[in-house]
Design a binder for this molecule. Structure first.
Ligand SMILES: Cc1cc2nc3c(=O)[nH]c(=O)nc-3n(C[C@H](O)[C@H](O)[C@H](O)COP(=O)(O)OP(=O)(O)OC[C@H]3O[C@@H](n4cnc5c(N)ncnc54)[C@H](O)[C@@H]3O)c2cc1C
Length: 385
């Protein structure tokens, strides 16, 4: 274990490891990633559905996706790591007139930013998603973007882990950070259960635990953990052939192909913040009702696996990124609100720029600073699944 490092990253999920890789790639290799579990990638990252999409409602989220997806497209070659990358699109199904109207505006914004997305009539769904027996009687319209898709979170995490190590970064597991030392308004060190590391730069990449880690430096990072569930099925006769991620927007039910069956989940709007990760089987009955209504062939599928994970949710469903005014050397990469897997490639690059160059310049992330909450929440991302 190092006793000093130029940068200490707290959290070995996809975000922390992407930041470690991008720093090391730029030549900052005196880095240590501290992970409290005995393996990296077992937090939200290891529980995620692997989706990536450009279909967001705000410009900054769409721009984060444009940067991230271009990096995911090059990932297998650049990082020599397969990531099971399927660009088969996201299909949003819209039931209510107000949803259609807000998605129409989102599509215009996405198209203006160069995203190949289209508004689709129910009778055209078969064209973008053939051979999938969706029930569309109550669907008014849909949106589809062929550049969206799904990929493998474990592969992406492993690519960043291996490449960061190869470039000289250190990763220490079973090292829970218990304190951050701040003296005279600047970070000077990090305390784990067993060690102390001197440093002038600390990155909070603690996922759902961002608020706990923020408190160690004396600031309130407004991130709450919201429990989300995923179920997977065994193969069944009418499982979709393509990997398109289908979202039933008004209920939040979604599914995509997985190992000859499907992976599916649904947000529970009544869920209170919790670190509890047990599966709620009463809620499962509600999910199945929606699932069978929208995709009847799922009724024939046997459940293979189930798990829960945390959405690390911010008040406006946007990430909280960058330096913290008043605490020199404390950097945040938090609050991804269920989109952290897909935005991790962009965020790694941008946080590396913030640390090395003084500010992120590939994309302006000043609107994502924690300072934005001082004036109350303004622009909210509405396209949260
Ligand atoms: C069910 C589900 C489905 C999802 N689907 C998608 C999806 O389709 N697409 C998408 O983009 N995103 C999805 N997400 C969200 C995505 O998983 C997260 O946004 C992303 O993984 C966040 O990565 P992270 O590295 O910030 O957090 P984590 O992966 O949680 O990593 C944080 C790490 O910090 C460690 N840590 C915490 N406190 C300390 C401490 N004190 N000391 C040391 N280590 C500490 C934790 O052990 C953990 O390993 C989903 C999430 C869930 C739960």
């Amino acid at each position: 274990m190092k006793s000093a490092a130029e940068v200490v990253i707290i959290g070995g999920g996809v975000v922390g490891l992407s930041i470690a890789y991008h720093l090391a790639e730029r030549g900052v290799t005196d880095i240590v990633v501290l992970e409290k579990e005995d393996m990296v990638g077992t937090g939200s990252t290891g529980r995620c559905a692997g989706g990536f999409r450009h279909q967001f409602s705000t410009e900054v989220n769409i721009r984060l996706s444009l940067l991230s997806v271009s990096k995911l497209e090059r990932f297998p070659e650049e990082l020599e790591q397969p990531i099971d990358f399927h660009q088969d699109g996201y299909l949003f199904l819209l039931q209510r007139p107000d949803e259609v109207e807000s998605f129409r505006q989102n599509v215009q914004l996405q198209q203006r930013l160069g995203v190949p997305v289209e508004l689709v009539k129910p009778e055209e769904v078969e064209r973008v998603l053939p051979n999938t027996e969706l029930a569309l009687d109550d669907v008014l319209a849909a949106t589809y973007c062929a550049k969206d898709g799904v990929s493998d979170p474990a592969g992406v995490t492993e690519g960043y882990r291996r490449s960061a190590l190869r470039l000289g970064a250190a990763i220490a597991t079973s090292q829970e950070v218990t304190g951050i030392q701040v003296e005279g308004g600047r970070v000077v060190g990090v305390q784990t259960r067993t060690d102390r590391i001197s440093t002038s730069t600390v990155v909070n990449a603690a996922g759902p635990h961002a608020r706990v880690v923020g408190k160690m430096a004396g600031i309130d990072v407004p991130v709450v953990p919201l429990r989300r569930f995923i179920w997977t099925t065994k193969p069944f006769p009418k499982a979709p052939g393509r990997w398109t991620l289908v979202v039933d927007f008004s209920t939040g039910f979604y599914f995509h192909r997985e190992s000859g069956g499907v992976l599916f989940g649904m947000g529970n709007k009544e869920e209170a913040p919790t670190f509890d990760l047990s599966v709620d089987w009463e809620f499962f009955d509600r999910v199945m009702e929606v699932a069978i209504h929208r995709f009847p062939p799922i009724a024939d599928a046997a459940i293979k696996n189930a798990w829960a994970g945390s959405y690390e949710t911010s008040p406006d469903a946007h990430p909280i990124l960058g330096r913290v005014p008043g605490i020199q050397g404390f950097v945040l990469a938090n609050g991804f609100s269920g989109h952290g897997f897909q935005h991790a490639p962009a965020v790694g690059q941008l946080i590396a720029e913030e640390i090395i160059d003084g500010r992120a310049h590939t994309l302006d992330i000043s609107a994502l600073s924690i300072q934005r909450f001082a004036g109350g929440v303004t622009e909210v991302e509405i396209n949260v699944v």
